[in-house]
Design a protein around this ligand. Structure first.
Ligand SMILES: [Fe+2]
Length: 189
């Protein structure tokens, strides 16, 4: 899987930084949720590889500013299944399933399978929140980086619709501390 990491570094600007931040935040959320050591290790790996399928998506679509056309959305939405196919023979089955389901929504409106609530693997529900937090607080081709407080308010407003309420609670616990506990003083990739 190391070759895939290099590929992520070379594909879209900041994908490599994004997946590492998501990995760290996922583990921090998992710790608040009281997950065991094996699941925390799987979360770290799943965080880093959750978007690995994007290396097979056209970079022009991934970095397109502004709204995407229908066929481009369809294309991007293939990345969880592409990532699963890449991971399934190499990584723990729980990691592969987390990659597959990291865009499922708590209310069933996500993809690829439209799973609902606790049907969604728990680690995938954690990665979804970490992914959203990092997407909102990072600069993207289609939006500026928004402040942490804004990201938290957005995520709280989607608790129980997009996100597992228990994971949102864990994010609030982290927010009541200091995010430097999560990311340390090290440069954020
Ligand atoms: Fe993704």
């Amino acid at each position: 899987m190391n070759g895939f990491l290099t590929a992520m570094r070379n594909t879209v600007e900041d994908l490599y930084g994004h997946v590492h931040r998501v990995g760290r935040l996922s583990v921090a959320l998992g710790e608040v949720l009281g997950l065991g050591e094996t699941q925390l290790r799987n979360l770290a790996t799943a965080g880093v590889f959750h978007d690995v399928g994007k290396i097979h998506i056209d970079p022009a679509i991934l970095s397109k500013p502004g709204p995407l056309a229908g066929h481009e959305v369809t294309e991007i939405r293939k990345h969880p299944e592409l990532g699963y196919a890449m991971a399934v023979d190499h990584l723990d089955p729980e990691v592969a399933l987390t990659i597959l389901h990291h865009h499922e929504r708590w209310d069933g409106g996500g993809y690829p399978h439209g799973l609902t609530g606790e049907e969604i693997p728990r680690l995938a529900r954690v990665v979804l929140v970490a992914d959203a937090f990092d997407a909102i607080t990072s600069e993207r081709s289609y939006q500026p980086a928004m402040p942490v407080d804004y990201a938290i308010a957005e995520i709280v407003s989607c608790s129980g619709s997009q996100f597992d309420p228990e994971v949102v609670e864990a994010l609030l616990v982290l927010a009541s501390r200091d995010f430097s506990d999560v990311f340390g003083s090290a440069e954020l990739f």
